[in-house]
Design a protein around this ligand. Structure first.
Ligand code: AMP
Length: 181
């Protein structure tokens, strides 16, 4: 059954058919972020199970994961770690390549961004294939992070990203689901 919160969140997300290419429905969260109530409720709900769990850092995936992750870190009183596209971070980094639908890309984080054994919550706006989040999990683990969970506002369950992360032993928390791509 769909809860009132899910209904409100779903209603606040703008759907843009055939963007960025035919067949994809872009799930635009700028409308959710622009609404004071849904922005706060989404952040509250994402962090809810993890308050008081000893999380040391929230790691956000560029770029929409920064907006959610900054708010989550503030709420949980943790630090924030940006996981960025390659070439953006100024200090020593670790880098990982990952597959996109066409070709590959690379993401980076600062080498000193997490302490070995530190509890980290990963966040992005949406999980589709799970390829982006999987790379972020691997990068964080390479630096010794203990990943408590990966959080997303939106799941596209037919594409199977959640299963990919769960197969890595990562707990996945999502707030709403949409059919298709
Ligand atoms: P994936 O690696 O396939 O799980 O893709 C997740 C990343 O791509 C996230 O950073 C999303 O913001 C973005 N993304 C993928 N599909 C969509 C979509 N239908 N609408 C909005 N963003 C998407």
């Amino acid at each position: 059954m769909t809860s009132t919160l899910e209904k409100d969140l779903i209603a606040s997300i703008r759907n843009i058919p055939d963007y960025p290419k035919p067949g994809i429905v872009f799930r635009d969260i700028t409308t959710l972020l622009g609404n004071p109530r849904t922005f706060r409720r989404a952040v509250d709900e994402l962090v809810h199970p993890y308050a008081g769990n000893g999380v040391g850092k929230v790691a956000g995936i560029e770029a929409r994961g920064f907006i959610l992750g900054g708010a989550m870190a503030h709420q949980l009183s943790t630090g924030f770690v940006p996981i960025r596209k390659k070439g953006k971070l100024p200090h020593e980094t670790v880098r990982i390549a990952y597959s996109l639908e066409y070709g590959v890309d690379e993401m980076e984080m600062h080498k000193d961004a997490v302490k070995p054994g530190e509890k980290v919550l990963l966040v992005d706006d949406l999980i589709a294939t799970g390829g982006t989040a999987e790379a972020a999990v691997k990068l964080l683990r390479q630096m010794g992070a203990d990943i408590v969970a990966a959080c997303f506002v939106i799941d596209l369950p037919e594409i199977g990203g959640r299963r990919k992360l769960e197969a890595l032993g990562v707990e996945v928390r999502t707030l709403v689901a949409f059919e298709g791509h």
